[in-house]
Design a protein around this ligand. Structure first.
Ligand code: DCP
Ligand code: CA
Ligand code: CA
Length: 687
């Protein structure tokens, strides 16, 4: 390449491997580990990309608005995205449109697209803001762009084993660039190819044959002056970890360039050794910048943060740690000995927090992240009072969900959901019904019919009016079988069908649970119900470091305002026991939560932001109903498996009390279902 980022500071420095030359702190084994994405490899390189003011950029590109014009994306009277020129006027998500216009009369406020009864597609409408009672927000335009961005990233990176991309939300991705960087380094640096001295992979590598790296326009986190690492870190010659990060940052700069060139969007990125640090890095300098956190800078970088800003430490968990140690500063907690952390937080959590504060994170980039469920919902203000109104919304939900299913490839039989669930809220009572989705009903009309059917079941329960919230969701996604198996592969059969049928009958009891526990949010309730003492330790339940537990992709963005909810929850929370916000709200949103009628209440189990306590309550109830449903389904399938296993092997049946779970209500069965949670799932504990 013409302008190499590697410069030899001393032309006649001893050649790599020459006697007297300092050796690298990394071994041949470490370098080899890069090729297999070993999460404890010290030369790992992970990037996090986050689109700048995402929805705002989508609208600017769509409407061809010049980049220096202030623009915000409006949802009813609130703002959900604000571009950087508008931020210069102090406009943020906390502002209402009226407030924002006062701050900047030239502001372009573009309302999000909406669904409206009678139309079979969402559309941008000039009068949407006045139709909060009859319209429902559609985030499809942003999902579509998000998808295009993913496609471009995947096309740009080398394919096969050299590619590992995880969509982390509607506007974020993690890239594990380790294997890719390994390949580039092999090509560029002959000394890495070996053979290793004495044939021993534990031999240290020679130092890189370069002594100064050209980081181009990257924001490089400095090393601080005070501490040991900082004192001499910058004078140490670059080692292979720095070189790996430099190669990664070139790749990231190129990826960002392609997104910009092909779609017109800018994004910011963080490049470091793990997800934890990269995520903090992408937010460090915005817009359109990338921040590299070299290993030698980690300590200084982290010590400036409040630990509540760290992934997994936002929300309740961070709050509890802050209470326990009376501080929010990473720098304060760094002084706490590990023994004390273990004492107060339990062994595992103590260790986990100890490591997190030091920037240690071995969680993997999961390229297989897929949506596991989709929800379309509306909170009514005022409440609705009859079946006709409800049916109108069911149609919109069915259309909304079906459009997203098409996006997921349902028409090509790539993936399909197997269950449908309707949730209904009347005052403090919540009810829900579920059923299977037969393959032939997997179209908009079919989903609508299924929804109406569930609704009829709910109406048979007595007084259900007025209704303040209706939510339709589909779940139980199944991978399609490509090729000639066609639709038959999607039919719900055998055990599964039985499990679904009995989960339907179990709904009746879930209603009782919901009603009896309506006074407090589900998450809180669980914490209390957990019982058995243990306080904070019970709350901080076991996590699997290698699983990213965010309620993933586009789905974690549940949008509020006007009681809209459009999400597809995906992976079930590993952080069981109570659940917490994995990510703090952006600053604007947090500020807004104190001042504005929108963005007020963050769900502790997904990234949903709800507008009022009431809405949050019904949203949490929805989670609760879903948990019950899922628990029951798993427990039933488990019982069925046990039963059939018992038929062929009596020992198994006697161990497990066979199918008794099928008769019990959700409360009783929960414990039994937990033996083997699916990958990425962990079940909540009830008393
Ligand atoms: N979003 C929303 N409500 C929130 C947070 C976000 O509707 N409370 C939507 C609009 C955002 C998009 O999700 O454009 C991505 O959220 P980010 O938090 O990444 O914020 P932005 O991309 O808007 O801005 P930034 O440049 O700070 O990343
Ligand atoms: Ca963003
Ligand atoms: Ca984001």
């Amino acid at each position: 390449m013409s302008s190499s980022p590697f410069r030899n500071r001393y032309r006649d420095s001893p050649p790599a491997g020459a006697p007297g030359r300092k050796r690298s702190q990394f071994t041949y084994r470490h370098f080899n580990q890069m090729a297999s994405y070993n999460p404890s490899c010290p030369l790992r390189v992970i990037a996090h990309l986050d689109l700048d003011c995402f929805y705002a950029q989508v609208e600017m590109v769509r409407l061809r608005i010049p980049e220096d014009k202030p623009l915000a994306v409006q949802q009813w009277q609130g703002l959900i995205a604000v571009n950087y020129p508008a931020r210069a006027f102090n406009i943020g998500r906390h502002c209402t449109v009226t407030e924002a216009r006062k701050l900047c009369p030239g502001l372009i406020a573009q309302h999000v697209a909406t669904w409206r009864e009678g139309d079979d597609k969402w559309a941008y409408r000039d009068d949407a803001a006045e139709h909060i009672a009859t319209d429902k927000v559609s985030l499809d335009p942003y999902r579509l762009e998000s998808r295009k961005i993913m496609t471009i990233i995947k096309e740009h990176l080398p394919s096969g084993n050299l590619q590992k991309v995880e969509k982390a939300s509607i506007d974020e991705v993690f890239l594990d660039l380790t294997a890719h960087v390994h390949a580039v380094m092999m090509e560029r640096f002959a000394e890495l190819k070996g053979p290793e001295p004495y044939g021993d992979v534990n031999e240290e590598l020679p130092m890189p044959g370069v002594t100064a790296l050209d980081w181009k326009a990257d924001a490089l986190v400095d090393l601080g002056g005070g501490d040991e690492e900082g004192a001499d870190g910058e004078f140490d010659d670059p080692d292979w970890d720095d070189v790996a990060l430099l190669v990664a940052s070139e790749i990231v700069r190129n990826v960002r360039g392609v997104i910009r060139e092909k779609l017109g969007y800018t994004c910011s990125a963080g490049v470091s050794r793990n997800k934890l640090l990269s995520k903090l890095g992408s937010a460090y300098k915005k817009p359109n910048q990338q921040t590299v956190i070299r290993n030698r800078a980690v300590r200084h970088f982290l010590s400036g943060f409040k630990f509540t800003k760290i992934r997994n430490l936002g929300g309740k968990l961070g709050e509890l740690v802050a209470q326990a140690f009376e501080t929010e500063a990473v720098s304060d907690l760094l002084k706490v000995p590990i023994e004390q952390l273990k004492l107060k937080l339990g062994h595992e959590n103590g260790v986990w927090i100890y490591e997190t504060l030091r920037g240690i994170d071995t969680s993997e980039v999961n390229s297989g992240t897929q949506i596991k469920s989709m929800l379309s919902a509306k909170s009514f203000r005022p409440d609705i009072n009859n079946a006709e109104q409800a049916t109108k919304w069911l149609r919109i939900f069915a259309a909304d969900i079906f459009a997203r299913l098409v996006e997921e490839g349902v028409l090509e039989h790539k993936r399909r959901p197997k269950t449908i669930n309707l949730y209904h809220r009347h005052g403090n009572q919540t009810r829900s019904r579920s059923g299977p989705i037969p393959a032939r009903t997997l179209n908009e009309e079919g989903l609508f019919e299924l929804a109406k059917n569930l609704f009829r079941q709910i109406t048979q329960e007595g007084n259900i009016w007025p209704c303040s919230n209706l939510s339709l969701s589909v779940a139980g996604f199944e991978e399609g079988v490509s090729g000639n198996m066609g639709i038959d592969a999607f039919l719900v059969k055998g055990d599964e069908a039985r499990a679904l049928r009995s989960s339907e009958s179990a709904r009746t009891s879930s209603k009782e649970v919901d009603v009896s526990t309506r006074q407090q949010p589900a998450a809180k309730r669980r914490r209390i119900d957990g019982g058995g003492g243990g306080g904070i330790q019970r709350f901080l339940t076991k996590r699997e470091p290698s699983q990213d537990t965010r309620p993933a992709p586009e789905d974690d963005l549940v949008r509020k305002n006007g009681g809209e909810t459009t999400l597809g929850t995906s992976k079930t929370y590993v952080a069981s026991g109570a659940g917490w916000s994995e990510e703090p709200l952006p600053e604007e949103a947090q500020a807004g939560s104190r001042r504005s009628p929108i963005m007020t209440h963050a769900c502790s189990r997904c990234d949903a932001n709800l507008e009022s306590t009431e809405e949050l309550q019904s949203h949490l109830d929805w989670h609760f109903a879903k948990d019950l449903q899922e628990e029951e389904r798993v427990s039933q399938a488990f019982a069925n498996r046990q039963a059939s296993a018992a038929a062929s092997n009596p020992r198994v049946g006697s161990q497990k009390g066979s199918a008794s779970a099928s008769a019990s209500g959700p409360k009783k069965s929960t414990g039994k279902a937990k033996k083997k949670p699916e990958r990425g799932q962990s079940k909540l504990k009830f008393g």
